[in-house]
Write a protein that binds this ligand. Structure first.
Ligand code: ADP
Length: 245
């Protein structure tokens, strides 16, 4: 398997505070990876660096082996195929579920097509496919405002997938979800791995267990432990800084 995302000895300080302090990470193409760590561990800053929102002070960040992500801004990283889902859903509540997907399709003519109710058969097929993937087919004509919190999160994942990213960075998708929604979300993200690289930043341990993937524990801006959840959970330092809290 080839490495899709590579961070080597990355540093980033804010007013002398080392938010990222020697972070090295390699994520394979098609991998599902959970990144956990206590508040302030540097998870958000890590995602900001990967997406070009923040530039590292020093260190390497490479995409697909050769593309230097330290030189790429947010729009550029999206064009490269890096998709980010923030914690709070930002679906357009005045539109239906399927319209939200349709306006997000990569081909930007679809915005006008959707608004004029004139979509190509190809676009309509893609919308159907994405609705199915995020399990919202039965709700496609409902207003996005009427969805549950969990369904809004899935819709937003569908909107992100409509942009055809290679990598999805997903920030605490299970926050505020019911147990059932949490498990369904884990299932959805697992189903995306393979065809996509998926990095999930998460606090909820039950959710991380359900993801059933390699886990990276961040602490003070660097990797403290890496491996299966059972492996990292058995690490006394991890217990001390995170799991034992
Ligand atoms: P996490 O997402 O793991 O909670 P963050 O990456 O948000 O951690 O933050 C790491 C540390 O860096 C925090 O102590 C935070 O206050 C600090 N930090 C992050 N971004 C900024 C910023 N733009 N300006 C100043 N300090 C920041």
């Amino acid at each position: 398997m080839s490495v899709q995302l590579y961070l080597n000895d990355v540093h980033r300080s804010f007013d002398g505070f080392k938010a990222i302090n020697g972070l090295s990470l390699a994520i394979d193409k098609g991998e599902l990876r959970a990144v956990i760590g206590p508040n302030g561990a540097g998870k958000t800053t890590m995602m900001d660096i990967i997406t070009g929102k923040t530039r590292p002070d020093t260190g390497e960040v490479f995409w697909n082996g050769t593309v230097d992500l330290t030189k790429v801004d947010e729009a550029g990283s999206a064009r490269l195929g890096i998709g980010r889902k923030f914690q709070k859903p930002t679906v357009i509540e005045s539109l239906t579920v399927e319209e939200n997907i349709a306006i997000s399709l990569k081909d930007d003519r679809s915005v006008f097509g959707t608004l004029l109710n004139r979509q190509s058969a190809e676009q309509a097929g893609r919308v159907t496919e994405l609705l199915d993937l995020v399990r919202l087919t039965a709700d496609r004509r409902r207003s996005a405002a009427d969805l549950s919190h969990g369904q809004k999160q899935w819709l937003e994942i569908g909107m992100l997938l409509a942009q055809e990213p290679e990598l999805l960075l997903v920030d605490e998708p299970a926050a505020g979800m019911t147990d059932d929604e949490t498990m369904r979300t884990a299932e959805l993200l697992r189903s995306l791995a393979g065809s996509h690289t998926v990095v999930v930043v998460e606090h909820d341990m039950e959710f991380v267990r359900a993801l059933d993937c390699k886990v990276t524990v961040l602490h003070q801006g660097a990797v403290l432990a890496e491996g299966s959840l059972d492996h990292v959970s058995a690490n006394p330092q991890v217990v001390e800084v995170y799991l034992g809290r």
